[in-house]
Design a protein around this ligand. Sequence first.
Ligand code: HEC
Ligand code: HEC
Length: 373
Amino acid sequence: MRRSNAVVSWSIATAILSLLTVVSLRAGQGPADPPLVSEQYFKNIQLLKGMTVDTFFDAMGMFAASMGNDCTFCHVKEAGFRREAFAEATPRIQRARQMIVMTQGLNKQNFGGRPRVTCFTCHRGDYQPVDAPSFLIQYGVPLDDPNTINFPTEEGISADQVFDRYLTAIGGRPALARVTSFVAKGTYAGFDTGQEEVPVEIYAKAPNQRTWIIKLPERDSLRVFDGANGWLTGPDIPVPIMPLASGNLDRARIEATVAFPTGITQLYPQWRVGKTSIGDRDVTIVQGTKPGLLPVNLYFDDESGLLVRVVRWNETSVGPVPTQITYGDYRAVAGIQMPFTWTATQTYMQMTIKLGELAANVPVDASRFARPR
Ligand code: HEC
Ligand code: HEC
């Protein structure tokens, strides 16, 4: 019933790629500045109004993930090649609209309007939700997904203890404090490049400014975080300049802070700790919470003490949508350990950055972090 991930990824890749180009053409004629909400940029929005464009893709990712399929499960196949086609109604789009209304009704009548029931609650990666109980599930070995918002708090370990161990493992606070900027070069591969590796440059300055420039064949694609605001711009971005909002802005803040890790303890006002495993590795989860945002989980390998994964959820009107970033290939640079590979996985996109060279403490001009033009 389900297709292999590879097939799903490829179709989504084509769909997203083609979609983004069309929208940028449209956006050229429309307003160039915020508010960038769904109904202003898309043609046929009947229900999912008032969403920022970045959040709208998270909502579509929720749909695709819930069905266990790709964008063209609901949208016409031509959407992969002709982006306007995303606006075309299909029986499944109509069915999905009914489902949105049904789900909103359920939540309104039973859960005070909180998006407690989502597409995923019923569908769980299957377009035909199962209704009869399964003995395989009831008597089988439970599948433990470490990416969970709710986990039992481990009393007796504080977040500070886990952070201290991590900061020591990567070189210790004094050595970390001496690294105040870096410039790195490497490769980027994602759905938007058809998993082809293209050059990437990263500029970063303590405590939390970071810009990456993906050298796409057409022109550069930029991801900028200036310490408070974030923007995306480039041929793969649906609008000329996309300011980041809520959960996606927070993601940029987390990633920029993790580049200069002594700031990690200040990321969230509240933390709690839990235990889980990723594959056969035992890990400690430190979960940060802050009013107005869904939690973020940081995963530290119990053996090495290193940060290996970050998961955060973005709140959308159709429910919480995860993003996972994994860190690996830690290497020594200027007396500290830095991850040279990281992979971001979203419900509609996956990308990997591999660094080749990294120069610490080189001057980085402030203009690198300015709002792109
Ligand atoms: C379960 C069905 C379903 C899946 C899967 C799905 N969508 Fe949608 N999509 C919809 C519905 C329903 C709407 C219309 C929402 C509304 O009317 O508010 C929509 C609208 C859109 C639009 C707006 C088109 C326009 O111009 O009006 C875009 C763009 C879009 N989807 C992209 C995607 C992408 C990209 C994916 C894959 C990541 C995806 N969709 C997966 C159901 C789906
Ligand atoms: C309360 C449970 C429930 C929720 C919540 C739910 N669905 Fe469904 N959905 C179903 C069931 C059951 C079916 C199959 C109905 C059938 O067999 O005809 C279905 C069928 C569908 C289909 C048709 C699939 C096909 O076979 O072509 C689509 C598309 C769909 N749902 C999308 C969504 C979306 C999008 C959401 C979230 C906005 C959602 N559903 C939320 C229960 C649910």
